[in-house]
Design a protein around this ligand. Sequence first.
Ligand code: ZN
Length: 201
Amino acid sequence: MHDCRATFSFARLLPGLRLLITSVLLAAAASAAAFPLSDGTETECPVSRDGKSGPARIKWVQYERLQDRDPELGKAVAVVRQAEDGWPVIYIDAVAHKRGRLTNAGLWDFVFFHECAHAREPALTEIEANCAAYLEMEKRGLMNPIRFKDIEAAHLQILNLPAEYGGNGIEFWRRTLECVQAGGRKAGQPGGSAASPAFPS
Ligand SMILES: [Zn+2]
């Protein structure tokens, strides 16, 4: 009789347990480190800090209304911030990503690799981060003439940018290509924030 009641109680607890496990899994998924690339694979952004190595965390910023968007993003579609433990977190505008992925997936690969470059090397300038993103896409076979034109167009549309991006999209892209042609060696100016500009497309 006693055992029977115990079993019964456990059965009643099961739905709650399932809910708890689901919540834990969802929380894990929300803080996962994998980014879906345009070729259908997923990638992580491996970083090393203070002798520790592992992937940068990714925070997908969800929102219903624009005014509820995480202010950490500012005007950007993606930024890198440091968590309290010092580990880099790549914030991505999940709404813009969901929309933009279908029409310009290559640009989102580029945005991710740009932020990843900042996460890996916080001292990089904006030009250098863009340059690293370009070279990474080329290395992975993700760059082609169509992608190039799409990514270029997204840059050229930006009229005004802070000085660390070259002041506008045309100059930002020109300096990026200059760095790419130089094989990724130092180009551009030192300093700057770790944000990607808000690509308007
Ligand atoms: Zn940046």
